[in-house]
Design a binder for this molecule. Structure first.
Ligand code: GTP
Length: 374
């Protein structure tokens, strides 16, 4: 079985952290999101995966290599392999175009998986395939029930699996609260629906058409599932994964926690992390490789990327701190903040909720209202 993973989007909602790495490599309990997906796919019998890349393609290739968990990896780039000056197509192929582009790699004899690369799930992919094989459709979509469907593609389902209507991001009157979970099985017939070399949206152009032709089916999944689109989703993804995969906290062998450190489960602590006395870490915290934390620091519901250092008496709550950031003493970083890589937050600074700080900024004064510091 083959899978195509869409991993070429810009991740604009996760800027500035997605300016310096693709969101598909954001750490979930200290492991890149795509690695978790590939591991689950391998457990479900996938042998070959095509990564549909565009933005930061090289970073993805470098991070993932030629194979993972026994899955052979191919990289298919939206941008033609020709000198930049000569390129006629300069954009992105959307969520449909990369499928047509990978037609030769996917083959025309068997159905295949297509996944949004920014989904964290532990679903049973084989069960979705089993449902698909019982239909005569061109596509089967995994569906998820959510409270507020307005930011997703929403379906109207009849007879439990035929999708009568597919509406992308309905502003009002959503037909149900069953949404597109970004996991599809597609028959090779799909190639007839997508023009080569053109931007195409599966959700806006192809699925509504298939629904009209009664060729679109759905299957509800009830497992762990989250779309990592916004910063709060990323913190929630870490929380869900820590809860589901690790009953208690995990520490790498090489970490050094002082005797009077308090860890509130669940916490993931990577290699070479140092935490000073009286600090309270957790719940729902991931500390990346080489993170250094001083004394009496309080961190909860947050993600700290590798090589960052946080000095004494600082508090961080529901925030994401990028790589190689230096946070001084007695700093307060409040909920919803995103601190870009290589930034410095000087001693005593307070940062209000929902502030985003671009990479390599030096912050020496309080930021008391939500804004983006560029
Ligand atoms: P935002 O910019 O924050 O809206 O995110 P996004 O566009 O990166 O993600 P979105 O949720 O819209 O896309 C779903 C999946 O498709 C993600 O895994 C994206 O990386 C991927 N994707 C979106 N557009 C493209 C594209 O033009 N080319 C490729 N190869 N992948 C894409």
């Amino acid at each position: 079985m083959k899978a195509l993973i869409l991993a070429g989007g810009f991740g604009t909602r996760l800027r500035p952290l997605s300016c310096t790495r693709p969101k598909h490599l954001f750490p979930i309990a200290n492991r890149p999101l795509l690695e978790l997906t590939l591991e689950k796919l391998a457990n479900n019998g996938i042998k070959k995966a095509i990564l549909a890349v565009n933005f930061m393609a090289r970073e993805l290739e470098r991070a993932l290599g030629k194979s993972k968990y026994g899955i052979k990896l191919h990289f298919s780039s939206d941008l033609p392999d020709e000198p930049q000056a000569k390129r006629t197509f300069k954009g992105a192929l959307g969520t449909g175009g990369p499928i047509k582009l990978a037609e030769r790699l996917l083959g025309t004899s068997d159905p295949f998986f297509v996944l949004n690369g920014d989904i964290l799930t532990n679903t049973n992919y084989s069960r979705i395939m089993k449902t698909h094989r019982k239909t005569d459709g061109i596509a089967t979509i995994a569906l998820r029930r959510v409270k507020d469907p307005s930011r997703y593609g929403v379906v109207e389902l009849v007879d439990k699996k035929l999708i009568r209507r597919f509406v992308e991001k309905p502003s009002d009157n959503a037909p149900s609260n069953l949404i597109n979970a970004g996991i599809y099985i597609l028959e090779p017939d799909i190639f007839e629906y997508i023009l080569p070399g053109k931007t195409c949206s599966l959700e806006r152009e192809i699925f509504p058409k298939l629904a009209l032709e009664k060729a679109l089916f759905g299957v509800e999944i009830k497992d762990l599932w989250i779309d990592v689109g916004e910063p709060t989703d990323f913190i929630e993804a870490n929380r869900l994964w820590l809860k589901a995969e690790k009953e208690t906290s995990t520490h790498s062998q090489k970490t050094r926690l002082d005797e009077r450190v308090k860890i509130k489960d669940a916490v993931a602590i990577d290699e070479n992390v140092v935490v000073g006395n009286e600090s309270i870490i957790g719940p729902n915290v991931a500390l990346g490789k080489d993170v250094s934390i001083g004394n009496a620091v309080r961190i909860k519901d947050s993600i700290i990327f590798p090589h960052t250092s946080i000095s004494d008496l600082t508090t961080i709550e529901s925030a994401i701190i990028g790589e190689s950031v230096t946070v001084g003493r007695q700093v307060k970083i409040k909920n919803g903040c995103l601190i870009g890589d290589n930034s410095i937050i000087r001693d005593g600074v307070t940062i209000a909720p929902d502030v985003r700080i671009c990479p390599a900024k030096d912050i020496s004064e309080d930021i008391l209202r939500s804004r983006c510091v560029v």
